[in-house]
Design a protein around this ligand. Sequence first.
Ligand code: SF4
Ligand code: FES
Length: 247
Amino acid sequence: MAVTETDTRTILLEVARYRPGEDDKPVFQEYDVPLMPDWAVLDGLNYIKDQLDGSLSFRWSCRMGVCGSCGMNVNGEPRLTCGTFLTEYGEGPVRIEPLKGFPVIRDLVVDIDDFLAKLSSVRPWLVREGEELPLTTEYAQTPAQLEAYKQYSMCINCLLCYSACPVYVLDPDFLGPAAIALAQRYNLDSRDMGDRFDVLNLDDSVWGCVFVGDCTRVCPKHVDPAEAIQRYKVTAALRSVLPWSRR
Ligand code: SF4
Ligand code: FES
């Protein structure tokens, strides 16, 4: 992130600052950062942290759209800040806020405990029943069996879909897009024998979704959680008339 004397263009970042328990309310602090053609919003935040104000708090790790930790609201839209270029915003300013719908821990860092509990509730792992095969045995799958759930396995738990979801923002009990998409990731896996009907067939689960589709629109990994939810609605409806069908 070397900045030379010839890098004279800058862009204004308006960054939300808030320390719950110490501050009355969030405020925006302004910082001028170099407008480099290859800088993402995250690079601008790191410039602030390294050069201007070391007290700014935010999460990031991989810088390549894999870890899912750098999600923030950028000019009102949930985005991965490592995958959003500053040049997208012309002359600026760029307003950076924590993801909507989650309690703020500090500045741009949000508390994701609620999501983690919801994720655990759908048992996001391969559930097996009966005798386990030895560890040396493969659970083979055909390419078609892999394709059946692969799209949903691309989720990186970035929570942009929750921040965009109008239901979750109004009803924190709603299970939410990513947890349901990940439930479907395992429901559709030929190796899985689990039954997640009791968690998914609820008013606060798939039936709470009003199909706005913003979760799918903002998802950086093309998981399409809205489709996952509608597909399970069909499964749940079928199951009410064919109780023995599970998927
Ligand atoms: S479904 Fe998409 S937006 Fe939602 S957590 Fe997974 S990767 Fe992020
Ligand atoms: S830093 Fe890992 S996804 Fe952005």
